[in-house]
Design a protein around this ligand. Structure first.
Ligand SMILES: [Zn+2]
Length: 252
């Protein structure tokens, strides 16, 4: 891996990370995402280029707004660093390929979804509108599989949602989660949907536990588990394969 390429990947990751902090703030508030200039949420001052260096501006001003000195949450630089890390992991796995481009765009969308769901308990429809065409692009040579995956994902999502409601007389799976299962089906095809649900369940239990330990109550966002599981199953096909091997081993 050439270091100049790596630097480029890290810089691009940081810039997209900065975009995620912006998008995750504006999406749930139905604000315009791209063309409105950035401003400080506390004092409304328009931010200039020197305020917008990912991580570096935050460090230089010691986590405060340069205009009103309101403190800026550490999660902003953390999101930027996570995005850069994901970009490096994708580049590491797939090099300079079309796959790296598609996966990086998906990673940006999934991270935005995670941040919004953690804060607001919703998965914005824009997430599905971006992930769907990216999934078609990813599977452009296996569109029949993608179509079956879409149908199966939708069916499973609806069955889980209305099955849970019928059994427990309350909502378990939100409609945003159901739509996400359908879109995940496009990415994964029918065969990988099963391990995807398995990993989502495990990660979801982890989230539920962490949510309760943090004192946020019983209702927890399922989006982060779904997003992480989709990314793992798509970017690291060895994970769902290991799941099928484990099944064969159990049933032997
Ligand atoms: Zn300010």
């Amino acid at each position: 891996m050439e270091s100049i390429h790596l630097l480029f990947v890290i810089a691009t990751g940081l810039i997209f990370g900065s975009f995620i902090t912006l998008a995750s703030h504006r999406l749930p508030r139905a604000e315009e995402i791209i063309f409105q200039p950035s401003h400080c949420p506390a004092c409304n001052a328009t931010l200039r280029a020197r305020d917008l260096w990912p991580v570096l501006s935050w460090l230089a001003e010691r986590g405060r707004c340069r205009h009103c000195h309101a403190s800026i949450h550490w999660r902003y630089p953390l999101i930027e660093l996570c995005t850069a890390l994901l970009f490096v992991m994708i580049y590491w796995q797939y090099g300079w390929t079309e796959k790296t481009l598609i996966l990086s765009l998906a990673a940006v969308t999934l991270l935005t979804m995670i941040v919004v769901d953690l804060e607001h308990y919703i998965i914005p429809d824009l997430v599905h509108c971006v992930l769907l065409p990216l999934g078609v692009w990813w599977n452009i040579s296996a569109l029949t599989d993608a179509a079956w995956g879409l149908l199966l994902g939708l069916a499973l999502g609806l069955a889980l949602r209305y099955g849970y409601r019928w059994l427990r007389h309350k909502d378990g799976l939100g409609l945003g989660d159901v739509k996400f299962l359908a879109v995940a089906g496009v990415w994964l095809g029918p065969e990988l949907l099963v391990p995807f649900l398995f990993f989502s369940g495990i990660l979801g239990m982890g989230t539920a536990l962490a949510w309760r330990l943090l004192g946020h109550g019983r209702k927890f966002p399922f989006g982060p588990a779904l997003a992480a599981s989709l990314f793992i199953c798509v970017a690291y096909p060895a994970a769902p394969q290991a799941f099928w091997h484990m099944q064969m081993w159990v049933h032997r």
